[in-house]
Ligand binder design. Sequence first.
Ligand SMILES: Cc1ncc(C[n+]2csc(CCOP(=O)(O)OP(=O)(O)O)c2C)c(N)n1
Length: 585
Amino acid sequence: MKKIISGNEAIALSFGDSGGVFASGYPGTPSTETLEEVARLGEVYCEWAPNEKVGLESAIGASIAGGRSLATMKHVGVNVAADALMTLTYTGVNAGLILMVADDPGMHSSQNEQDSRNYAKFAKVPMLDPADSQEAYDFVRVGFEISEQFDTPLMLRTTTRISHAKGCVEQKEKIPVKVGELVKNVPKYVMLPNFGKLKHVEVEARLLKLQEYAETTPLNRVEMGDTELGIITSGVSYQHVKEAYPNASILKLGLVHPLPEKKIREFAGRVKRCMVVEEMDAIFEEQIRAMGIRVDIGKDKISYCGEVNADIIRSAAGEAPATVSLAPVENLPQRPPTFCPGCAHRGLFSILSKLKVFVSGDIGCYTLGALPPLSAMHSVIDMGASISAAHGMAKVNEIAGRTEKPVAVIGDSTFFHSGITGLLSMAYNDGNALVIIMDNRTTGMTGGQENPGSGQVLQGGSSKQVDIAALVKVLGIENVAEINTYNLAETEAAIKKGMETPGPYVLIDKNPCILRYRVKKPVMGVDQDKCTGCRACLKAACVALGLGSAPEGEKPKVQIDPNICNGCGVCTQLCKFDAMSVAKG
Ligand SMILES: Cc1ncc(C[n+]2csc(CCOP(=O)(O)OP(=O)(O)O)c2C)c(N)n1
């Protein structure tokens, strides 16, 4: 049967068709839909983990117990899961294990642009890099075979375009689920140094065997064409190469680690100019050069930053770019991202902006509080960093004799992911920061997934719902209070109290995500006689608010678009002239 589906959907479908038993992961664009699709298909057990490390570790347990398992995450998630991965490579697997990682070249929705191929090399594990949905589907099946044949975890890497673009997929016959034995094997699964030393030797030997496999597997194929130009490439770059040079000779790598040295040498020997096209790092190029094989065009002409396209490839090869320019159209109005109308984050950041405090931020919808006009977030590093960084800032403030208490802002999902340990450290190490947990009971930024605070699980049905306030107290924080960020005066007073009280202080806002929970409140209107055009309300960065037209020499007055407004009331509280209220009629 043929289907038109995205790369992520293809991976999910193939997981079910390839004898998959257990899937876990943590949301992160562009990987998120993979696990959501496994859940939607409903054939295989799957769950959201609180973070990627837990997701991978659960998949490891499932593999040891004899079930083919899948862990999904975005590229930065591998940093979180890396501790598990770097020893999993030693233990190997029982049933096949695939770590699916989605990279985001061009940073469409990420805090950095790291290239996960580095991790395959670092962890000495095989990695597959599909070039379309069909390959995404096929590579899951062959991935499990490789994983079991070579006793290794396998990384399946996609990029945004492969994860999200749709293509035709021919479904294969289902492999029946076979759950193996849970065998006790101490030298294999207990990585004490004496066992680990032996395992490291095995890992090196495994890599050599995988290298041999790479030479003969059809995953790496040569498409001989015009020998003037030969291009070595993989993944989505292959599609751009085909567009730029449909007749060139191509060595398309499906298994991108380890590399097939003989095949590459032979290919390079058959073409006049040898070009390597890869997004982000020079992973292929550096290895190919280290093999003593010439590369005529590579990263000297193709940037390490962003995505490639046919134009970039043509001009790297010394040709004029195609006539159709892919450059962005100039003079389009700017539409910076902002909070949804009605979002509870808006009230909080209106107050933080007013108080001009230092805000140690985190990753989630609330990160948008860093942008003007709110401009109320001053550092964002990685998930969970808000609390630990605020703790470090507070310690240095104390050493420097500065009295101001830093404020950390973190969402519920990020708190569960990696904020809890930061708070534990703050309690344990006699910290002095104010922590605001925006508990909207969903993982909002990535599309509203369930998490340990939402009371629901990925496959539907209710579950235990963590009580954040109780958890915070158990960690050792004595001062914990609830706030309602829709009420600006109350929020301001609570923040001031938290800033003035010595020691760690936690405020929790429990207003639900209006998008995820479809909250609809009565819309607001502006009394045009009372509005003075002072624009104080516009500081809340709400897209429902705009300026009307005004006669020459007069200030334009504010108007509210009733189709967009969600009645949060923040603008009414910012208005000093009582011009805003619930719209009549
Ligand atoms: C290590 C890592 N994993 C996943 C992501 C993707 N990601 C960005 S924000 C976010 C969740 C934010 O949810 P929450 O903290 O509840 O805040 P909200 O967006 O709901 O306000 C996720 C999963 C990431 N950036 N880094």
